[in-house]
Design a protein around this ligand. Structure first.
Ligand code: ADP
Length: 262
């Protein structure tokens, strides 16, 4: 993009060059700011569970006569904070992996129907736990060249969210269909919804609508950022529409010749 701008030739080449240079400087400053924000966010997100672990272990160490039940209670809390740390690190590594692997997607011809069926099979126990119906509608068999592992991760994050943010007894409907030249995967839940003012931010790293609620559901704020990256790498788009207390719909659109299949 930047190169394109630098190559612009007009009547006033110098002024064109000047504005290209300014644009470049602004962009570099933006990237630098994003990098700083990211490092600050990572530090904060890692420090929160670490501080909790430190507090819990110190308070156990400083008590003389601790009941077995208290030990058990504190250790259970420590254990879940360690799980949380693990999850954040796992997600961060996934993001690094995606950033690095930009040019090396491992494309394989994939029937998306079966990919979704497999995902539903592995997420069903989570949905069953909350008595949530997980339905799949497919009009036809659709195949494309995809990086199966990455696309599986992208879809898992979105379906897992639908389960997390839908109350007990809810319903999640996944549809797969063609629309013009696009393959569309639609994931609709009838859960708590996302406030309109949050919608522009939900694909950003570490963004969570409600930090307290996300903590209790085990969220890290990285899932949708990962999905967004993976779908973009496949030249696809992800869109969301939502209404508070009614539910949320995610649309994933992939060009049908993604990965070079015509
Ligand atoms: P998290 O790990 O917190 O779930 P994500 O990046 O996956 O992070 O999602 C970002 C935020 O978007 C979540 O914290 C949640 O507030 C909101 N969100 C995502 N999916 C849904 C959904 N299906 N229903 C309601 N809110 C959602």
């Amino acid at each position: 993009n930047l190169e394109e701008r630098v190559e612009v030739r007009g009547n006033d080449e110098l002024s064109n060059l000047g504005s290209s240079f300014n644009l470049m400087i602004t962009r570099i400053a933006q990237v630098e700011q994003q990098r700083k924000d990211f490092v600050a966010n990572v530090s904060h997100e890692l420090r929160t569970p670490l501080s909790a672990v430190k507090l819990l272990s110190e308070s156990l160490l400083h008590q003389d006569h601790v009941k077995v039940e208290t030990y058990r209670e504190f250790l259970t809390d420590i254990d879940s904070e360690v799980d949380r740390l693990n999850k954040i690190i796992e997600n961060l590594l996934a993001l690094v992996d995606i950033d690095k692997g930009k040019l090396i997607l491992d494309y394989q011809i994939t029937y998306i129907n079966y990919l979704i069926e497999n995902l539903i099979h592995s997420l069903k126990p989570l949905a069953d736990n909350k008595n949530i119906e997980l339905l799949f509608y497919e009009k036809e068999k659709i195949h494309a060249k995809l990086d199966q592992i990455k696309m599986q991760q992208a879809l898992t994050n979105i379906i897992h969210n639908a389960i997390k943010y839908t109350p007990n007894g809810g319903k999640i409907e996944i549809s797969l269909y063609m629309e013009y030249e696009d393959i569309v995967i639609k994931i609709e839940d009838n859960g708590i919804g996302i406030p309109e003012e949050s919608l522009p931010y939900i694909f950003e790293r570490f963004y969570r609508v409600d930090k307290a609620r996300a903590r209790s559901t085990g969220g890290t704020g990285l899932g949708l950022a990962i999905s967004h990256q993976i779908i973009s790498l496949h030249q696809g788009r992800i869109e969301v529409s939502s209404e508070i207390n009614k539910g949320t719909i995610f649309y994933i659109r992939l060009p049908k010749d993604v990965g070079g299949l015509s």
